[in-house]
Design a protein around this ligand. Structure first.
Ligand code: IYR
Length: 226
């Protein structure tokens, strides 16, 4: 086995304030993100979409295989076709597929099969997970990897004041067909991107977050850290 080349960590980011401070600032931006279903139709530039996808593409991935592709849909007719197909699946979900517990969990969010936002938002970014890389090689931890990439994309959008939604019409196979993607690409997440509508409202129930006591468990009491 040849020894791989290592280089000094290039261009390492060092913040100019203590970690507690910058994390607090980051949290203050991200905690104000809401999943939005009422978008403005105001345009978002390609430069913005490209920036978001560059951020996503900077995510870590299994063996650095980067098992993702992002398709940005801005064409009104294609958005309409996606809406029609998504609403067909969503109607089946709400009327037949979802069990009572799932429907009860969704009730506070006020969601329904009408997905008008798929036409209103200026862009739909469809994240595809690669089941094989483009030259047929294996990929690893693809779900984890693309999940991280999408999380980073959502964070970048929030940082820019843009609204996003993580929409998962189920099943999503129609996206591969409508967008003409090859067999080794599987739709993972449909992310409408735009500015929130001026009169945008969000469900009050979605504001609640688990407390730190619910989120975090330490291995030992404080005072014993190195
Ligand atoms: N896909 C449906 C239902 C839905 C499911 C979950 I889990 C949500 O957090 C929200 C909605 C829809 O988009 O309406």
């Amino acid at each position: 086995m040849t020894v791989p080349e290592f280089v000094p960590y290039p261009d390492r980011y060092v913040p100019d304030a203590p970690a507690e401070t910058v994390i607090g600032q980051f949290h203050d931006v991200l905690r104000r993100r809401r999943s939005v279903r009422e978008f403005s139709d105001a345009p978002v530039s390609r430069a913005v979409i490209e920036g978001l996808v560059r951020v996503a593409g900077s995510a870590p991935s299994g063996a650095n295989k980067q098992p993702w592709r992002f398709v940005a849909v801005g064409d009104p007719e294609l958005k309409r076709a996606i809406r029609v197909a998504a609403e067909r699946e969503e109607r089946a979900f709400y009327e037949q597929r979802a069990n009572a517990e799932w429907l009860a969990d969704l009730a506070p969010l006020g969601t329904d099969p009408d997905k008008g936002f798929l036409e209103v938002a200026p862009w739909l970014i469809v994240a595809f997970m690669l089941l094989r890389d483009d030259d047929g090689g294996q990929v690893y931890y693809a779900k984890e990897s693309i999940g991280l990439a999408c999380g980073m994309l959502l964070a970048a959008a929030q940082f820019a004041g843009l609204a996003t939604l993580t929409h998962t019409p189920s099943p999503m196979g129609f996206l591969r067909e409508l967008l003409g993607r090859p067999e080794h690409e599987r739709p993972f997440l449909l992310i409408p991107v735009g500015w929130p509508a001026d009169a945008c409202r969000v469900p009050a129930a979605a504001l609640a977050r688990k407390s730190l006591a619910q989120l975090l468990v330490y291995d030992r009491p404080s005072g014993r850290d190195a």
